[in-house]
Design a protein around this ligand. Structure first.
Ligand SMILES: [Ca+2]
Ligand SMILES: [Ca+2]
Length: 281
């Protein structure tokens, strides 16, 4: 079983590690290499009559190209510039650190994004994702939200260190945990809340994603989920087993439907708010 201590809610420190990867330094601006080891200032080479003619023809061609270019293919359609995700939107990028080709998605495009190979971004090409302040992004390994899925509430600069890696074939855009009972879950998604009635902090997990110790808090913001899971919502294809001890020890109880308040010991096994580990299947 896959064991993870990374709740989707929080940006963990691996994200920062991924974004500081070494990159090649570009050549200094204004210099360019011509011929064997010779550096010359860019654009200031000696102009012969021949180069003047080339320059004039180039300028003429540029003017003609600009005049003939249809308005719709200007900056608005730049495949490498998707702007901001907006409050409820999501932008996916071909390269880490929000670079390369990109595509914007929203709750209105969830039908289109069930098969990413039919989209501009393409299949198995999403390497980083930006998530709007009130949105969540569910990325799945296979088309139609099947296979390994993972939920993100924050920008992720490098997905290769996450469970989904660079395998996204479908995605879903929905509201974040503040929507509580109104959240529209994908089939494999389970959301655990720290307050009754789907309130407080939330932890989004998917089938196969288990958490052996809810004390783990290696996050920038450290809501403690240990002994505080008080309500939960489940997608149609998922079950959650809460255990009162760490490493799935002690009394455990399986939930297969939404629970607005994890109540009495008689009803649910562990006493209220005692869960310390969780299995999602
Ligand atoms: Ca895939
Ligand atoms: Ca406990």
């Amino acid at each position: 079983m896959f064991d993870t201590r990374r709740p989707g809610l929080i940006v963990d420190r691996f994200v920062n590690a991924g974004s500081t990867r070494q990159r090649f330094a570009p050549p200094p601006i204004g210099t360019y290499r011509f011929g064997k080891g010779t550096f010359m200032p860019r654009y200031s080479y000696h102009r012969t009559g021949y180069s003047r003619a080339v320059f004039a023809v180039s300028l003429l061609l540029m003017v003609i190209a600009t005049v003939l270019q249809p308005q719709s293919s200007l900056a608005a359609d730049d495949p490498n510039d998707c702007g901001e995700p907006g409050e409820y939107g999501v932008i996916v990028y071909e390269k880490p650190n929000f670079e390369g080709a990109c595509q914007s998605f929203s709750p209105q495009t969830n039908v289109d994004s069930e098969i990413l190979s039919n989209n501009r971004i393409g299949n198995d090409r999403v390497s980083s994702v930006r998530v709007g302040s009130a949105a969540r992004a569910v990325l799945c390994e296979h088309e139609h939200l099947n296979g390994v899925c993972e939920t993100f509430f924050r920008d992720i600069a490098n997905l290769d260190i996450y469970r989904i890696r660079i395998r996204t074939s479908s995605l879903y855009v929905g509201p974040d945990c503040r929507a509580g009972a109104q959240m529209d879950l994908v089939p494999s998604e389970a959301i655990l809340f720290t307050e009754p009635d789907y309130g407080g902090y939330c932890l989004a997990l998917h089938a196969g994603e288990n958490w052996s110790d809810l004390r783990a808090s290696f996050f920038d913001e450290s809501p403690v989920f240990d002994n505080s899971i008080s309500s939960l919502r489940l997608g149609t294809d998922v079950e959650v087993e809460l255990c009162e001890g760490y490493d799935y020890q002690g009394a455990c109880h399986v939930f297969d439907t939404d629970v607005a308040s994890i109540g009495s010991k008689d009803e649910f096994g562990p006493e209220p708010n005692t869960a310390s580990s969780v299995i999602v299947s």
